[in-house]
Design a protein around this ligand. Structure first.
Ligand SMILES: [Zn+2]
Length: 167
């Protein structure tokens, strides 16, 4: 009887212990993976912020460049403009020959930020922005403004739908 009890009880105890240890191990592993993820994200963010700050410092040091000035030599990091992609601008005024990072002081919050050359190229050549328009808001304020516009549009559309229902 005593032997039998032992025979059944001991493996059970083992199983329980194994399950417990395994569970703990899995939980620890999960936590470790989560921590690693958070750490990577934080590191990536810190690195991005550092790069952003360095970029801002460089742009401020260099001072403004007028890409429309035919006498200005494009800096090495400049992105050359595609005149064909700018042909939507119905103007005889001078066109930019290239894009370089430019300093923007946000009209709303006053923060200084870099308007990246690639972002300018996208704005003028892909989004077909007017050549006389330029970034006046920082990215954070631009995001808020975008959300505000989306909300306003939705409100307007909801209003129209309601009116249609009533008519
Ligand atoms: Zn701002």
């Amino acid at each position: 009887m005593e032997k039998n009890w032992n025979k059944h009880w001991v493996p059970n105890l083992h199983t329980k212990a194994i399950v417990k240890v395994l569970g703990q191990f899995l939980r620890i592993e999960q936590l470790r993976l989560f921590d690693n993820q958070v750490l990577t994200m934080t590191r990536r963010k810190a690195k991005k912020q550092k790069l952003e700050a360095a970029r801002l410092r460089l742009v401020k040091q260099r001072g403004p460049i007028n890409p429309c000035d035919p006498n200005v030599v494009p800096p090495v990091e400049a992105i050359m403009a595609n005149p064909q992609a700018l042909s939507h601008n119905n103007t005889h005024g001078p066109m930019p020959r290239f894009y370089v990072d430019q300093l923007v002081q946000c009209r709303q919050c006053g923060k200084e930020e870099v308007w990246r050359a690639a972002a300018q190229q996208w704005w003028y050549e892909v989004a077909k922005g007017n050549i006389n328009s330029k970034a006046v808001l920082c990215r954070a304020c631009r995001a808020v403004e975008k959300q505000r516009k989306v909300a306003a549009r939705k409100q307007h559309q909801d209003g129209l739908a309601l009116k249609e229902k009533r008519d």
